[in-house]
Design a protein around this ligand. Structure first.
Ligand SMILES: Nc1nc2c(ncn2[C@@H]2O[C@H](COP(=O)(O)OP(=O)(O)OP(=O)(O)O)[C@@H](O)[C@H]2O)c(=O)[nH]1
Length: 415
C-alpha cells in the first residue's frame, strides 16, 4: 500500500484494482479489503464488512445489508433525554452545478436558535412538518414555502398532487381540466404525471434500498475557504455526488418493483435523464465539532504550536467532541426515514449512514432506536483512493486524519 499515508497502516489495505477514478466511483467502490481487521480490540467493529454491498447496492439481497444492531455498543449517556422537536419551515429546489437538482429544507427546533438544514436528493423524501397544513394558509402560501408536490412553474395554482385534485373532482378529469388547475406555461414542463395520475415524489420505492444519509457538521474553513487542515469539504462534495448517482436499471421482480420500474421509465421520459438514487445530507450547524468557529481558530493556532486536534480542544477547556445528534434523529424522522416500530412484517428500510465516526452511528439512532442504521458506508479520503492524484492533501490533513483514527477511533474502512 505504497500510496497510503503512514498512519493508515496497517488498518488500510489497498483499494482493489483498477484504481477508482473521479466521476466513476460508486458507493460500493469505496469498499476496501473485506478481510481487513480493525486493529483496536477495545473498539470492536460496529458493522461486519459483509454489510457493505459488494456490487450495485440496489441489486443485492437486502437481508445481506441488515445490521446486527444487537452487537452495537450502546452509549445512552450520549443521547439527549428526549428528542428535540423540529419543524421544516421552508424548502426550495436548487439546481446544482453537476446538473442534478436537490431540495434544501430549512429546519427550526426547540433546543437552539440555529437553522439546521436537510439537503435532499431525489424525489422520494418528503418532510412531514412541511407538508402538514398550516392554519389559514392559501395554496399560494403552500407553494411559497415549498409544500408542493411535483414541479413549480409560472401559473401553477395548486400545491396538491394531481391524484388529490382528481379525487376532489369526483372522476378522472380531462387534460383540459388539469391544465386549468396545474397547467404549465408554454415554456415550462408539466409535472411528471403517469397514466394512473400518480406522481413520483409521493412514495419511497423499496427497490431503491435503504436511503443513503450523511450527518454533516458545518465547517466554514473546509467548505468555504479551501482549508487543507481537514477533509470536511471533500466529504460534503462526495456525499452529494454519491446521492446524485443515477439509479441502476431496475430489476424486474414481482410486486412493488414492477410499478417502480414503470415509474422510472416515466420519469426518464419526462426529464430526459435518469433520476438520481437520492439520499439526504443532514447539515448541522455544529461548527468546530460544536465549539464554534472562533474557538476552532484558536484550536488551529494551538495545533500550529504542536498539539493535535483533540489536545487543542482540551487545552481550550472544551470536550474533544462537543456534538450530539438528537436534532439529526428528529430531522430524519420528520423526513420519514426513521422506523421506530419495526415488525417482522414491516421491518422498514432503515438508513445507510456515510461516516467513519462510530459515535455517530450509535448516536443518530436515538435513545430508543427511533432510526435504524442498517449499514455504515465508510468515507475514504480521495487522496488515498487515487494514490494522491485527487483530493485534499497536506501534512496538516495527515495529522488530522491520524488523530481521528488514533484518538477518536474513526474507522476508515467498512466494519
Ligand atoms: N475543534 C475542531 N474542530 C474541527 C477541526 N477540524 C475540523 N473540525 C470540525 O470537525 C467537524 C467534522 O468532524 P470530523 O471529526 O472531521 O468528522 P466526523 O463528522 O466526526 O466524522 P465523519 O462522519 O466520518 O466525517 C466539523 O464541524 C469541522 O468544523 C479542528 O481542528 N478542531
Amino acid at each position: 500500500m505504497p500510496d497510503f499515508p503512514a498512519h493508515a497502516s496497517p488498518a488500510f489495505p489497498p483499494i482493489s484494482s483498477p484504481r477508482p477514478k473521479h466521476g466513476d466511483r460508486t458507493v460500493s467502490e469505496l469498499n476496501l479489503d473485506r478481510n481487513s481487521k480493525h486493529d483496536d480490540h477495545s473498539h470492536p467493529p460496529l458493522i461486519s464488512p459483509a454489510f457493505t454491498p459488494p456490487h450495485t447496492p440496489f441489486q443485492d439481497d437486502k437481508r445481506q445489508h441488515t445490521l446486527p444492531v444487537e452487537e452495537l455498543e450502546r452509549r445512552p449517556s450520549n443521547h439527549l433525554p428526549e428528542l428535540p422537536i423540529v419543524h421544516c419551515e421552508v424548502r426550495a429546489r436548487i439546481p446544482t452545478t453537476t446538473g442534478q437538482e436537490m431540495f434544501l429544507h430549512l429546519y427550526h427546533n426547540n433546543v437552539d436558535a440555529k437553522e439546521h438544514l436537510a439537503i435532499v436528493f431525489g424525489p422520494h423524501i418528503r418532510s412531514k412538518s412541511l407538508d402538514a397544513p398550516r392554519p389559514g394558509e392559501t395554496e399560494r402560501d403552500r407553494m411559497i414555502r415549498g409544500a408542493y408536490v411535483g414541479t413549480l412553474y409560472p401559473g401553477r395554482t395548486s400545491s396538491r398532487r394531481v391524484q388529490e385534485i382528481q379525487k376532489e373532482a369526483g372522476a378522472r378529469p380531462s387534460a383540459g381540466y388539469l391544465s386549468g388547475l396545474n397547467g404549465p406555461t408554454q415554456h415550462q414542463p408539466a409535472p411528471s404525471v403517469s397514466d394512473d395520475g400518480s406522481e413520483f415524489d409521493s412514495i419511497y420505492p423499496p427497490s431503491l434500498g435503504p436511503p443513503l444519509v450523511r450527518i454533516h457538521s458545518e465547517c466554514y474553513t473546509g467548505e468555504t475557504v479551501w482549508s487543507a487542515r481537514c477533509d470536511c469539504g471533500e466529504q460534503l462534495d462526495e456525499a452529494a455526488r454519491l446521492m446524485s448517482l443515477p439509479i441502476p436499471t431496475p430489476v424486474s421482480t414481482p410486486g412493488s418493483e414492477a410499478s417502480d420500474e414503470h415509474q422510472l421509465q416515466h420519469q426518464i421520459q419526462a426529464n430526459g435523464k435518469l433520476p438520481s438514487c437520492g439520499g439526504v445530507i443532514i447539515y448541522l450547524r455544529q461548527e468546530g465539532r460544536g465549539i464554534g468557529l472562533g474557538e476552532k481558530l484558536k484550536a488551529y493556532n494551538l495545533q500550529d504550536l504542536g498539539h493535535d486536534t483533540m489536545e487543542a480542544n482540551l487545552l481550550l477547556r472544551h470536550p474533544g467532541d462537543a456534538r450530539s445528534y438528537g436534532l439529526a434523529t428528529a430531522m430524519l424522522l420528520d423526513l420519514g426515514l426513521g422506523n421506530p416500530n419495526p415488525t417482522p412484517e414491516n421491518p422498514g428500510l432503515g438508513i445507510r449512514l456515510l461516516t467513519n465516526n462510530p459515535e455517530k452511528v450509535r448516536a443518530v439512532e436515538g435513545r430508543n432506536r427511533e432510526v435504524r442504521v442498517v449499514e455504515r458506508v465508510a468515507m475514504i479520503p480521495l487522496a488515498w483512493q487515487t494514490g494522491g492524484k485527487e483530493g485534499v492533501q497536506g501534512k496538516e490533513l495527515d495529522k488530522y486524519l491520524g488523530t481521528k483514527i488514533e484518538k477518536f477511533k474513526h474507522m476508515f474502512a467498512p466494519g
